[in-house]
Design a protein around this ligand. Structure first.
Ligand SMILES: *Cc1c(COP(=O)(O)O)cnc(C)c1O
Length: 216
């Protein structure tokens, strides 16, 4: 099936209040353009250099989301245009995003990445680190970033019970975090293999790649 057809099917499967991030990492410009022509305006990439090349080449009404792990020394390359950084997992990174955003007279929206999976390899804050960060004076002093919610990745498994449990834990943390920062409104969870469960568990933003663009 074509990219346009895949997009149509995904959109039928998600409620309209859930935001769809089309994850286009590794895919050529022509594929992104096909999704753009089908109406898609939000794209997710996981490498800053690749995202920047695509931003330069493509229409300027696209919202670029950085969904991958971010190295502090690369923030400067996306600070001018990035719409949302999903994978913020340290105060150090938040501080750098704030610094670079300020240079461009912008406020950059961020999600704090929380560790919900059983796998040791996934990045993210734990509950204590998350709540400490949100409560800290250093965090409140950053004026050029805005934390709008949380992001998490479930364990890569077909055990639906486990995936659901992990999404539930992220949603519960979102509620806890909201008692500290009451403007939080975004829970980024769910990918091609698990977005239906994620939406049932409260996701407001899904990041879908292979179901739109094909396998990588
Ligand atoms: C690649 C990626 C996705 C999309 O994965 P698919 O299984 O292709 O839908 C979502 N989120 C993150 C963080 C990713 O790196």
């Amino acid at each position: 099936m074509s990219i346009a057809e895949n997009l149509k099917i995904i959109k039928q499967n998600i409620p309209k209040e859930v935001t769809l991030v089309a994850v286009s990492k590794t895919k050529p410009i022509a594929d992104l353009m096909e999704a753009y022509e089908a109406g898609q305006r939000i794209f997710g990439e996981n490498k800053i250099q690749e995202m920047t090349q695509k931003w330069e080449a493509l229409p300027k009404d696209i919202e670029w989301h950085m969904i991958g792990h971010v190295q502090t020394n690369k923030v400067k390359y996306m600070a001018e245009y990035v719409a949302l950084v999903h994978g913020v997992d340290s105060f150090k990174l938040l501080k750098e995003i704030n610094k670079q955003a300020k240079k461009h007279h912008r406020t950059i929206n961020c999600l704090l990445q929380v560790h919900i999976a059983e796998e040791e390899t996934k990045f993210g804050l734990d509950k204590t680190e998350l709540l400490e960060l949100l409560n800290s004076d250093e965090f409140n002093a950053l004026k050029n970033i805005k934390v709008i919610g949380l992001m998490g990745m479930a364990t890569f498994t077909d055990n639906e019970v486990q995936v659901r449990k992990e999404f539930k834990s992220l949603y519960a943390l979102f509620k806890d975090a909201k008692t500290i920062v009451n403007t939080l409104d975004t829970v980024s969870m769910g990918m091609s293999g698990d977005y239906k469960i994620a939406i049932e568990e409260g996701s407001t933003m899904v990041r879908i790649g292979s179901s739109i663009f094909g396998s990588r």
